[in-house]
Design a protein around this ligand. Structure first.
Ligand code: ADP
Length: 496
């Protein structure tokens, strides 16, 4: 604890850059780590120092605990920021950093371990009086037990991996006849993804909304919430558009949800920035789903409405400082929306699309923030999550933020791979989004938003670029660039 002079950022892409920017503002030196596939990446160039971890596959580079610790030692770092994904929710990594004398910029290893096991977390929440989705308190041992439990809570139910994350092990079960197959699939997916085949069962809520609360706690008992974010617009149970505050959370509901979130965080001895995720049903009942013990992808919308820098707060807490404010010092101002720009083809079920970004110039302007992984043309690697950037906008009202987002997405200059930008534009233009009529089924309920192919922005831009490059324009980027088949590692990739 005490002074932090040099931070190793154990991550890549936009989040590595985002963390390093704050370090720079705080006068802290940065060490980037990278795999051989990322040698030319923007985060490597932005850092004060950089260290190659090994080959492209994550397990030989970004997930190799020993190599990351060696890099920190070699470069004389005194702290490690894990970002999101990779080692950020690995309790062993947090513990080994501390053993090596490095400050882990994140919660205590024990809190990570408790919340990383969904069944353990559910039991703790139930004891603490935080409402949980009805279901089994513990992993299910046999099919007979599963059938009895599912009968008890009533179909539909959903299976989940105890060691879960990234939607792994999640299977919707509509009726008793589907249970055996779903359990077998969920167990084998859990085993292959996490080396832990334990599965539990929950009630499947009908078209809930995903609403989560950001919390921030110091090591002296200081604790605040930073309001909620709504993350209901998802594909494959993974977020793609988020906003803060939620369009439907009333002050009374906000009070109850933020109280529950702080209770959840206290129950596991939390320190640092964390997120308590809830499902909210149509009757405004909410249920604890999980706690993410790290910085979230969508944290910029909270930064917009609070004016706080969450990475700076994480660093101050890690230094052992007290929060500089109490709850009553904070206020929520305006409205923020985030759209994730993934290299994915929305029209083909959001299939990843790897390849060269022949042009990349993110949008800017008043109330617009682009957190991008690239600072110019580059390559979207097949080895990692295909997120290119996050665009977030702020407005005094939700409508102002929405209009600004539309403008920003249309200004985003990108060509080479298919992206989620056209999909996000159509969502922003939709009547349902304008009215704030959201649920986790939004993408399915409005399938045309993903599948329709209007005169593509990207095609128009690619045509213009082709003209500049002096090449004939036929079908733009896909035709000219080598076709890249999504590999198995893409299909198995985790998103956050
Ligand atoms: P993971 O950690 O694997 O990403 P989560 O538990 O966070 O999984 O759930 C991800 C998403 O799956 C939620 O945002 C929601 O859309 C859906 N989901 C999870 N549990 C339920 C449930 N019990 N009922 C309905 N939808 C659910």
């Amino acid at each position: 604890m005490g002074q932090l002079r040099k931070v190793l950022v154990a991550n890549r892409g936009e989040i590595a850059l985002r963390i390093m920017r704050t370090c720079k503002e705080l006068g802290i030196r940065t060490v980037a780590v990278y795999s051989e596939a990322d040698r030319q990446s923007a985060h490597v160039r932005y850092a004060d120092e950089a260290c190659c971890l090994g080959p492209a596959p994550s397990r030989e580079s970004y997930l190799a605990i020993g190599r990351v610790l060696d890099a920190a030692m070699q470069h004389g770092a005194d702290a490690v920021h894990p970002g999101y994904g990779f080692l950020s929710e690995n309790a062993e990594f947090a513990a080994r950093c501390e053993e090596a004398g490095l400050t882990f910029i994140g919660p205590p290893a024990r809190a990570i371990a408790i919340m990383g096991d969904k069944t353990r977390a559910r039991m703790l929440m139930a004891q603490a009086g935080v409402p949980i989705v009805p279901g089994t308190p513990d992993a299910v041992e046999s099919l007979e037990e599963a059938a009895a439990i599912a009968d008890g809570i009533g179909y539909p139910v959903i299976t989940k991996a105890a060691a879960g994350g990234g939607g792994k092990g999640m299977r919707l079960v509509q009726s008793p006849s589907e249970l055996a197959h779903a359990m077998a699939l969920a167990q084998s997916e859990a085993q292959s993804s996490f080396g832990d085949g334990r599965v539990f069962i929950e009630k499947y809520l009908v078209k809930p909304r995903h609403v989560e609360v950001q919390v921030l706690m110091d090591s002296h008992g200081g604790a605040v919430h930073l309001y909620e974010r709504e993350c209901s617009i998802q594909r494959r149970h993974q977020k793609v558009i988020e906003e803060a505050p939620s369009a439907i959370v009333t002050p009374g509901l906000r009070q109850r949800m933020t109280d529950a979130a702080l209770k959840a965080a206290h129950a596991c001895g939390y320190i640092g920035a964390g997120t308590v995720e809830f499902l909210l049903d149509r009757d405004q009942h909410f249920y604890f789903m999980e706690m993410n013990t790290r910085l979230q992808v969508e944290h910029p919308v909270t930064e917009w409405i609070t004016g706080l820098d969450l990475v700076a707060e994480q660093i101050r807490v890690a230094r052992g400082e007290r929060l500089a404010f109490v709850q009553s010092d904070l206020a929520m101002r305006g409205h923020a929306i985030e759209c994730r720009v993934y290299a994915e083809d929305a029209a083909s079920g959001f299939l990843p699309d790897a390849g060269l970004l022949i042009r990349h110039a993110p949008c800017s302007g008043l109330g617009v923030r682009a957190d991008a992984a690239f600072d110019g043309p580059g390559e979207v690697s097949i080895h990692y999550d295909p997120m290119i950037a996050k665009v977030s906008t702020w407005g005094r009202t939700r409508e102002e933020a929405r209009r600004r987002m539309l403008r920003a997405l249309k200004d985003y200059d990108i060509a080479g791979v298919k992206t989620t930008i056209p999909f996000c534009i159509r969502v922003m233009e939709s009547e349902a989004f304008r009215r704030g009529e959201l649920s986790t089924h939004f993408v399915n309920d409005h399938a045309a938003l993903a599948t329709s192919r209007p005169a593509g922005l990207e095609s128009a831009r690619a045509a213009a670029i082709a003209a500049v490059l002096g090449r004939p324009y036929d079908r733009p980027t896909e035709a000219r660039l080598p076709a890249v088949q999504p590999s198995r590692s893409w299909q198995r990739r985790r998103t956050y």
